[in-house]
Design a binder for this molecule. Sequence first.
Ligand code: UDP
Length: 377
Amino acid sequence: MEEGKILVTGGAGYIGSHAVRQLVRAGFQVIVLDNLSTGHIKAVDPQAELVIGDVRNLGLLDSVFTRNKIVGVMQFAGKIIVPESVSHPLSYYDDNFTAVISILRAMHTHNCHNIVFSSTAAVYGTSKEPSITEEAPLHPESPYGFSKLAAERLICDCEKAYGIKHCIFRYFNVAGASEDGSIGEAHPVETHLIPVTVNAALTGREMKIFGNDYQTRDGTNLRDYIHVLDLADAHVLGMKMLLEGKDSAIINLGSDKGYTNKEIVETVGEVTGHPVNWTYGPRRAGDADSIVASNKKAKELLGWAPKRDLRQMIQDDVNWRAKHPTLYGRQGNKIPSEDKKRLLNYTASRHYSSFYEDIENHDRDRLRKLRETNKLN
Ligand code: UDP
């Protein structure tokens, strides 16, 4: 296996921080690059190196790659909220697509040939299949889904052109936290069903199940949930697969099993011992009746299957919240002095900082020449 470090972009976020921890446990040397727009320093494993900066900053990427032998990249940095992507498509394409251009450009320049990429079941859109395979038609229904599909496509094109190999994971619903309750899901506003329901159980506040007239066994939506640590384990296996020289792959990460929203709410009540205060609300726009992943390919290629069940996901989320009533606390722009010591300081290389400017100047030049040749104004 090729020796060197793994660069984890977005490694201070929910899924990225769990992947960093599992990579460190598996013996990898890890560098996290995160702009902390939604991530938290405290979520980053103390054994990982940490660079605060933006993945779109080619100059910064260039200096990180120049000073370290990076053999693989795990790309988590990006945005994930579907309705927000509808109102802010430019920002979604910028975070989820432009960022991937920068990473691939840096990888190509520095001869790094392995990328593990976070994609999503949203690339399939609404599927009629009871269990979605990787061959299902791709019909994203939101700018979020399209931005991820565009990035997937670019990554595949870069294999043909530059030999950069990939393991693209399409996630289904993710929940849970680390088993010791030290890291977990921490968004300013939780919108996902499991944390919303756990918060309702712990506080007694009311929550709503959106819609009860869907084509499922009890009329509420049915989704496929996997534990964040199972997801993280799959990423470690995916990176090992690439480093061992195996072929690129696009793989679903799910459990091949679905739970309805009502079943989730009931299970949260049982696990916490607090019945959840809930009512039915109207349907939420864009919710498909039922979404379940086939995980046959993950089993075949990675020898991976989820080890942690729904009750474990809920229990771990509860422990994390019980231990962290203010989640990671207020971070703001201030970085506590004990965390400052962990930061690596990189100066963006000049050449790459002006890279996009160069491209624009080049285009302007071409345009000028075209105008001259065609005698246009
Ligand atoms: N949901 C709900 N109440 C909430 C949050 C979510 O009924 O407060 C439902 C949502 O409509 C969907 C399911 O829970 O049917 C899973 O939604 P989530 O946002 O967790 O993940 P998604 O499947 O949209 O990625």
